[in-house]
Structures are given as C-alpha cells and as structure tokens.
Design a protein around this ligand. Structure first.
Ligand code: THU
Length: 160
C-alpha cells in the first residue's frame, strides 16, 4: 500500500477592490445577475459571469423548479449558454457570487460538484485552463487558476 497526496492552491483576495479591474467588472456582473435568480425555494441566489476570448460576456443565475432536481445552478446556466451560443470561443474566466434572502453570506461560495464536472468538460474541450473566482455577497474572494484545482482526480474523456 502506498499513499498519494494531491495538493491544490487558491489565491485569496480580501475584497472586490483588490481584484484586477477586468475581474472586478466581471464579478460585478455576477453580482448584478444573481438578483435575477429564480430561487423561490432555497432563497439562495447565485450569479455567474463568463468572459470569453472573443470579448463577449455570458451570464447565468440559478433557476429552481418545484421538482427540485429539475432546477439548474447559475454556473451551468452560464456555461451551457456560452457553449450553445459561442461554441468556438474559449472560456477564459468565470466569476461567481452568492447571496441569501435568509442570512448573510460572507464566505466564498464554490461551485457545486456537478458544476465542477460541467466546467471540467469545457476545460478539456478547449485545452486551456479556466480561471475561477468565487465569493459570497461580501468577504474574501477565492481564485482558482484552473478547474482542476477544484476537482482533483476529475473524470474526463480519456477514461472512456
Ligand atoms: N446553486 C448554484 O447556483 N450554484 C452552486 O454551485 C451551488 C448551488 C444553487 C442551486 C439552488 O438553486 C440553490 O443554489 C441552493 O442550492
């Protein structure tokens, strides 16, 4: 038996003002779009903003459903929209912000496991890393240089 260790790392920004200007603008778009979330059940509102290499920005917010699993997270709404509208474009950056009608959200909210797997698909497809920035409604912002930092041992097409 042997043991393997997989390490991962993130950069941490203390506030929006510490972000590079381009990312601050992208995060502000994620913050604005989260207000349009359809979240009558969880009251948890997530916004996602994607910057593409063609200069376009694609947005998403979570869309819930009375049949709970039929809803979709903000990140997948955004990334599937990017894939559907701009299939040739590379995804450079993804900004995520979350808030709740029920309580303050002050810690960084990372993408859920299903969203990580979905984002991974596009990293493999385009063969370049996607920078991911995530935050709550206030507080620190975490930056991951690539999806693989968030999902070590990712399942990908090479296993098929
Ligand atoms: N949600 C997202 O939009 N992104 C995530 O990565 C985590 C969860 C949404 C799904 C659901 O509408 C609500 O937040 C509560 O789980």
């Amino acid at each position: 038996m042997k043991k393997i260790t997989i390490s991962t790392e993130f950069n941490v920004f203390e506030s929006l003002d510490q972000l590079p200007e381009e990312i601050k603008i992208l995060m502000e778009e994620a913050i604005a779009i989260r207000k349009k979330a359809y979240a009558p059940y969880s009251k948890f509102r997530v916004g996602a903003a994607i910057l593409l290499d063609n200069g376009k920005t694609v947005l998403g917010s979570n869309q819930e459903n009375a049949a709970y699993p039929s809803g979709l997270c903000a990140e997948r709404v955004a990334i599937f929209q990017a894939g559907a509208i701009y299939p040739e474009a590379k995804i450079l950056k993804l900004a995520i912000s979350a808030t709740s009608d029920a309580k303050p959200v002050t810690s960084p909210i990372p993408p859920c496991g299903s969203c990580r797997q979905s984002i991974a698909e596009y990293e493999f497809k385009q063969n370049t890393p996607i920078e991911i920035y995530f935050m709550g409604e206030s507080g620190e912002i975490y930056k991951s240089d690539s999806l693989t930092n968030l999902l070590p041992l990712v399942f990908d097409k090479n296993f098929l």
